[in-house]
Design a protein around this ligand. Structure first.
Ligand SMILES: [Zn+2]
Length: 308
């Protein structure tokens, strides 16, 4: 949520840093094409050739020659929802979010279903998650944001509880339409995602969003359609708006000088929801933009470049 001019650099997606490891291979590979795996019952799994690196996301598909049975999906042992797009009954889509602090190791994407004769089936792909390359930076902020007093600590804990309840909610509906876009007009360079942070000499949790430099008062737009689920001041992120896009996909806009949305509002991509500011724990005016996919904190630039 912090921003320093010095630390900004063009955001590059390091495609060379990743590899995906299908279960059947013993050596690491860097596929240029999607991974495909044929399973029982004419079902096939597909994983986009994206970087399986901390803070990124992968697009997945389950395809079948005939209409699909009811399918359950898990990523790293946790349920991850799949959805249909349009009238195509033979394909399910999903997004696997790789949290920026997920320990680098192989993780399983597994799907399960029951055949018409009652046989329980499952099929999985093992994906080797690699460490992201995140710089460490030292910043100076107001001391109350590094050593909050008991009252401030209580507020921050309540905020955290509220955010957890939001992210625990998976709306089983595609609320997005078309592509995700950046939340500011004319500002295309954001940075700082994943940076490990030392504040006033003390190590703190990593930076979970993308910071965009902008003047205070610059309009901030919803990057995708959805439902506003939070529009209020929080201790660390200042004036904050959170939008539910369905299926556990949320965007967050922080440090706003003004909020122009209410919890419960339905917004479209491009709806103005507030103005850039410097509220909460900041070093200056900027927009902090977060993307969460089923609890995984991922780099929002990935969803702009790679659509669900
Ligand atoms: Zn930030």
């Amino acid at each position: 949520m912090l921003f320093s001019m010095r630390s900004l650099r063009p955001l590059t997606i390091a495609f060379s840093l990743f590899f995906l490891l299908p279960l059947s291979l013993s050596a690491a590979t860097t596929p240029a094409a999607p991974i495909r795996k044929s399973c029982a019952s004419g079902i096939a799994l597909q994983v986009s050739p994206g970087p399986a690196v901390q803070g990124s996301l992968l697009l997945v598909k389950v395809q079948s020659k005939k209409a699909l049975p009811e399918i359950k999906s898990e990523w790293d042992g946790k349920p991850t929802p799949l959805w249909r797009e349009g009238s195509d009954a033979a394909t399910l889509h999903g997004l696997l979010g790789i949290d920026l602090e997920l320990h680098p190791a192989p993780y399983e994407w597994k799907v399960m279903w029951t055949d018409a004769d009652g046989t329980a089936q499952s099929c999985s792909v093992l994906l080797a998650v690699r460490a992201g390359k995140f710089a460490t930076e030292h910043l100076k902020v107001e001391n109350q944001f590094v050593q909050p007093n008991p009252e401030q600590e209580k507020r921050a804990a309540e905020d955290q509880k509220k955010m957890r309840a939001i992210y625990d909610t998976v709306t089983p509906e595609v609320l997005w339409t078309g592509k995700f876009r950046l939340p500011l007009k004319d500002v295309t360079t954001g940075g700082n995602f994943g940076r490990r942070r030392v504040l006033n000499g003390q190590p703190r949790s990593p930076h979970t969003g993308v910071d965009f430099p902008a003047m205070a008062g610059t309009p901030v737009y919803a990057s995708q359609s959805g439902n506003v689920v939070l529009a209020e001041e929080l201790y660390y992120s200042g004036n904050t708006v959170v939008i539910d896009h369905g299926y556990g996909i949320y965007t967050l806009y922080a440090h706003l000088s003004a909020i122009d949305a209410h919890a419960g509002d339905k917004v479209s991509a491009g709806t103005e929801i507030g103005k850039v500011g410097a509220t909460g724990r900041v070093t200056g005016p900027h927009l902090h933009w977060g993307l969460t996919i089923q609890h995984a904190r991922v780099n929002g630039m990935n969803i702009v470049q790679r659509q669900p």
